[in-house]
Design a protein around this ligand. Structure first.
Ligand code: CUA
Length: 257
């Protein structure tokens, strides 16, 4: 009976982690195919890292043990061995080639801009982000444009995340190919959201672009990831991913203001 309630309870509390948690050491839950790819590559690499670390540690301990003077009175006059040298040169090279194949395919997948439905410009400022939805223009030929400031600690409402919540969230539809153009108005910033697998440098005078395809609805929290001055830690990013209908309602409200 206890386990029954435990299962029911855990199902009811099935919330995804799209923001950092205390003492977290792993990744946040992925929401884009790219982030799923990054996590899979990390796990693949972890296999090689474990095997190599165990092997090197074993070799080191064995060497320290066997080459100790009391263990080994007469030293060997062996200076080189062709076979072992071929093995220890080619094995790491082969491992690197095996790692390179999935790594490059992921790298090129991240670089790919799939013909986007919506283009949004994210502009870094000291110390807030502003967003421009240039695809939509009102009767005065102005695009949707708004600033996104962090909510200070004293103004937080119950349940809002400290140092992560903003006053104006960037709202985008799910299951849509979106292009994000990132730039900065003053100094270097970096537009990064862990759950979406994006970390794009915001450089003054340059437009960087990233592709985004969010699989599920949710609130995705990120932070500026390039030291940009005294309030670098206080310019978070919040993305509200919603269905197309809600997105259109949000757009209509933005025009009404
Ligand atoms: Cu903006 Cu760090």
């Amino acid at each position: 009976m206890f386990f029954f309630w435990l299962i029911i309870f855990s199902l009811l509390n099935n919330s995804l982690c799209d923001s950092p948690e205390p003492w977290q050491i792993g990744f946040q839950d992925p929401a884009t195919p790219i982030m799923e790819g990054i996590i899979n590559l990390h796990h693949d690499l972890m296999f090689f890292i474990c095997v190599i670390s165990i092997f090197v540690t074993w070799m080191l301990i064995r060497t320290l043990w066997l080459f100790e003077s009391s263990q080994n009175q007469i030293s060997s006059n062996l200076t080189h061995g062709i076979l072992i040298e071929i093995i220890w040169t080619t094995t790491p090279a082969l491992i690197l080639i095996i790692i390179a194949i999935p790594s490059f395919s992921l790298l090129y997948a991240m670089d790919e801009i799939v013909s986007p439905t919506i283009t949004i410009k994210a502009l870094g400022h000291q110390w807030y982000w502003s967003y421009e939805y240039s695809d939509y223009i009102n009767e005065n030929y102005e695009p949707i444009n708004f600033d996104s400031y962090m909510i200070p600690e004293e103004d937080l409402l119950q349940g809002q995340l400290r140092l992560l919540e903003v006053d104006n969230r960037m709202v985008i539809p799910i299951q849509t190919h979106i292009r994000i153009i990132v730039s900065a108005a003053d100094v270097l910033h970096s537009w990064a959201i862990p759950s979406l697998g994006i970390k794009c440098d915001a450089i003054p005078g340059r437009l960087n672009q990233a592709s985004l395809f969010i699989k599920r609805e949710g609130l995705y929290y990120g932070q500026c990831s390039e030291i940009c001055g005294i309030n670098h830690g206080f310019m978070p990013i919040v993305i509200e991913a919603t269905n197309l209908k809600n997105y259109i309602v949000w757009l209509a409200n933005k025009f009404a203001i």
